[in-house]
Design a protein around this ligand. Structure first.
Ligand code: DP6
Length: 351
């Protein structure tokens, strides 16, 4: 069943929670295999994307809600990250609250204090906006359930992803596991630009204990914000080709995940990471986000794969860090022969 934006719109509730209320939620991070790069309209992707959910790398969020006697037009909130007030994160959250007003009008009825913690080191510069907005969307849906309890679980599930998307596109894919697809594809049942779905096939056992370890080539702030990055696709000379490529790749990737075709999975995952960077290198302005050590690590991974016949591959996000993907049964061997030998910190538990 498909939902529309209209289905998720709500009238302001007549009810308000009485007294202070605490709502907690946690959400995982995710790593895209076929990437979302480029958007239009209200946070709609130009192509579908597919990701592994990283269940062990999570954002835990607690919201303290105090009912307001005279609610204003904007949401009044403060955001704390790992115990510290972080006004620098607040504009993106304020923009999120603004975008969801039509779908969650009750958010303006409270004064919010939002406390977030990550299970992975923030100093690593690993983006946490996907897990962060997914956790916040879950909190909003928990509140909605108290105020409008008549909906189905399917509705609430889809709406969590719908709301998370309005915070950050990739957050739409951080609301369920083990794999999520976001973006409409004519050959994928129930797929939607408005929210992500768990595809209706069983993930092949080869991929069920897959790991993602991140080699931190570069720590700290991103060089290009994702919003600015997506904008580069608007007039990109390869936009149409890229769209076609991503639509084809989604079908190929789902096939490999279903059948356990590790060899082609590796080939496609790496090709997709390089396509993302190629798009950035050929946009106006252009960006080279890989560092010399990114390339060194990529070559090392390929060497290990060829010489030791280990099924390991890489993917990249819009940055220099390398996500190393491999089945759990080779984790020990990789640690001994690869991770322990490179001069970079590694986040291992990004599973
Ligand atoms: C390269 O979800 O961070 O990681 O919607 O502007 O918040 P916004 O962008 P964001 O973009 C993620 C881009 C990517 C690929 C992906 O995760 O699919």
């Amino acid at each position: 069943m498909q939902f529309t934006g209209q289905d998720f719109s709500l009238k302001h509730p007549s009810k308000q929670l009485s007294g202070d209320t605490e709502i907690k939620a946690s959400a995982p991070s995710n790593i895209a295999l076929v990437k979302y790069w480029g958007k239009h309209g209200e946070q709609l992707p130009i192509n579908p994307s597919i990701s592994f959910t990283l269940n062990k790398s999570r954002t835990q969020t607690t919201a303290l809600l105090t009912p307001l006697e005279r609610p204003g037009g904007e949401v009044s909130f403060k955001f704390y990250f790992e115990g510290t007030h972080r006004p620098d994160f607040e504009p993106k959250i304020a923009a999120f609250f603004k975008k969801i007003k039509n779908y969650a009008p009750f958010v303006t009825d409270y004064q919010w204090k939002i406390y977030s913690n990550n299970s992975f080191p923030h100093s690593s510069g690993i983006a946490s906006s996907a897990s962060g907005f997914a956790a916040l969307a879950k909190i909003i849906i928990k509140l909605e359930k108290q105020l409008y309890p008549q909906q189905t679980e399917k509705y609430y599930d889809k709406k969590v992803s719908f709301l998370a998307r309005l915070g950050s596109g990739s957050a739409a894919r951080s609301t369920a596991h083990p794999v999520m697809i976001w973006g409409h594809h004519p050959q994928i049942k129930n797929s939607s630009d408005l929210y992500a779905v768990v595809p209706d096939f069983e993930l092949h056992p080869v991929f069920q204990n897959f790991r993602d370890s991140i080699v931190l080539v570069e720590k700290g702030q991103k060089k290009v914000s994702s919003t600015a990055g997506h904008k580069l696709m608007e007039n990109h000379p390869f936009k149409d080709i890229r769209k076609r490529q991503a639509f084809d790749r989604i079908l190929q990737m789902t096939e490999y995940l279903k059948t356990g075709d590790l060899k082609n999975f590796i080939k496609l995952t790496e090709a997709e990471a390089l396509s993302l960077h190629a798009l950035m290198m050929t946009s106006e302005p252009n960006y080279i986000l890989m560092q010399p050590d990114t390339l060194k690590i990529i070559h090392l991974i390929r060497e290990i794969r060829n010489n030791k016949k280990l099924p390991v591959c890489f993917t990249l996000d819009a940055g220099a860090n390398v996500h190393v993907l491999y089945p759990g049964n080779i984790a020990k061997e990789l640690k001994q022969t690869f991770f322990s030998k490179i001069p970079h910190d590694v986040i291992y538990d990004f599973v």
